[in-house]
Design a protein around this ligand. Sequence first.
Ligand code: GTP
Ligand code: MG
Length: 246
Amino acid sequence: MIKDDLEKTLVLIKPDALKNSLTGYILSQLSEFHTGLHFAATKIVSVSRMLAEEHYAEHRGKFFYPSLLDYITGCLHYPDEPWKRRVIALVYQGPNAIKKIRDIVGPTNPHEARSQRPGCIRSLGSVIPVEDTSGKVIGYRSDNLIHASASVIDAEREIKLWFMPTDIPPFMRDYPVEVCEEHYYLSDNKICTTHELDSVCLFAPGDLIWESDIEAIRLHLQGLQASCSINAVVAKYLINTNSDSY
Ligand code: GTP
Ligand code: MG
């Protein structure tokens, strides 16, 4: 298999798509028949604040960031039904995967999607006013049903944020991995190598982990600057656990 055949992209079917029962439609639009791409991984995720913040880190500080976190965590569409707050996370693989899926997804803003690319997935989305605490409209939110990675660099960062190496079949995995030789725990938002009361075991000897994750963890342990935050490494290990405080 040549490298181009391994191009991967992360897709998130967002809470508004689940609420409006559009998951089947979206999966059909992204089917192997339509795209020539293959499933490489999938999971149903109850999105923690930590995972949401890391996923949309590039938008930190923008006016729409707080509502974006409420959106992707499902709080906006399921305010009274926390058990329904989910996204479907998928990895697709194949030639030109990123562009192919972004084209079917369409522009970020559903109004623009409808005018510029009628028929794209986001043409079925909504634009919702965002109000401040006094009820004044301070902007508009794009409930656009789906996320898709925008570049090869974004795709690698996002796939490693949502998925562990063992979530992807070995012959579809091309980011470097390493076999862990130590125990690593999360305790009070810090990484440690010995078990403490209330600590969560992240990885144990023999576990297969992303090489970039273990490199980042080693640097954090030494108090040095790493290529990503501790949360960007640990968030995926806390997916669907009860570690809500993280
Ligand atoms: P994603 O696939 O979700 O990352 O969307 P994108 O890559 O098409 O757009 P971008 O990464 O710029 O924005 C991420 C999300 O933030 C979008 O899906 C929107 O929900 C929201 N967003 C982006 N730009 C704006 C904006 O100008 N106003 C508002 N209210 N929301 C925005
Ligand atoms: Mg984006």
